[in-house]
Ligand binder design. Structure first.
Ligand code: NAD
Length: 260
């Protein structure tokens, strides 16, 4: 389905981004990876899928909090794989503290990585998408783009911001073949959430399994984690012709979290 398309997924060395990048490669896209940590394992996983199509996989280690590095990544992607057709803004971090205790540098980092980075990748990718009259921008927002939780002010502000950015850009491109949408997951068991499970286990004096149960029971009525594979399935749908007229949505995959 994505044969010959170029997909760039930020923060794709782990969790949801890695799941989406793997699925894009499985469906024939050339894929540009980005992120920190175990880059070799991520590259190997995505290359294994790309090999069956003979498509290319690249990596750029841009820090998404740094606009100049984002510009370098976009240029490297175009030079190595071609211009970006599918842009998945996924890189994100979390920090949990009340507003008065929130470290200023954590606030700045969350706004930069979870929100401003998407502005920078979009401002660089949209002109080419518009010229070719086809493009897909998929922003990984969160249920926290729609509702709040205590002690997550920066994350909630950034995620509400990216839902707004998604809507504005969708409208700007509404008469073109470029769509811009957001995905809003509830709990997904990735390293980002495991940290919160660990904190819950320590706070409540319970084991890992019980901490997960409590975390889910508080917010997610299905009592099940959403998986990166399920989110990748939605991202693929948003790339399909069936989604040509899906524009500016904030699509929840949250086990009923915001239905409450
Ligand atoms: P994760 O920690 O597993 O992965 C985050 C990725 O972002 C990693 O590849 C990491 O290296 C990369 N990254 C972090 N800082 C970066 C930076 N400065 N520059 C470049 N890359 C950077 O997290 P995840 O759970 O897969 O989260 C992915 C996205 O989904 C985030 O935007 C997150 O807010 C969102 N999300 C996650 C959940 C969840 O429950 N896990 C729920 C809703 C939304």
């Amino acid at each position: 389905m994505l044969q010959g398309r170029v997909a760039l997924v930020t923060g794709s060395t782990s969790g949801i981004g890695l799941g989406i990048a793997t699925a894009m490669a499985r469906h024939g896209a050339h894929v540009m990876l980005n992120g920190f940590g175990d880059v070799d394992a991520a590259l190997a996983q995505v290359r294994a899928e790309a090999a069956t199509h003979g498509s290319k996989v690249g990596y750029h280690g841009a820090d998404m909090s740094k606009p100049a590095e984002i510009e370098a990544m976009m240029a490297a992607c175009e030079a190595q794989l071609g211009a970006v057709d599918v842009l998945v803004n996924n890189a994100g971090i979390q920090y949990v503290a009340n507003v008065e205790d929130f470290p200023v540098e954590r606030w700045d980092a969350i706004i930069a990585i979870n929100l401003s980075s998407a502005f920078h990748t979009m401002r660089l990718a949209l002109p080419g998408m518009k010229r070719r009259n086809w493009g897909r921008v998929i922003n990984l927002a969160s249920v926290h783009g729609l509702v709040a939780s205590a002690a997550k002010s920066a994350y909630v502000a950034a995620k509400h911001g990216i839902v707004g950015l998604t809507k504005a850009a969708a409208l700007e491109n509404a008469t073109t073949g470029v769509t811009v949408n957001a995905i809003c997951p509830g709990w997904v068991l990735t390293p980002l959430v495991q940290k919160q499970v660990d904190a819950r286990a320590a706070k409540d004096g319970v084991d890992d399994e019980e901490a997960k149960r409590r975390l889910l029971a508080e917010k997610q009525p299905s009592l099940q984690f959403t998986t990166p594979d399920q989110l990748a399935g939605l991202a693929l749908f948003l790339c399909s012709p069936a989604a040509d007229n899906v524009r500016g949505v904030a699509w929840s995959v949250d086990g009923g979290w915001i239905a409450q």
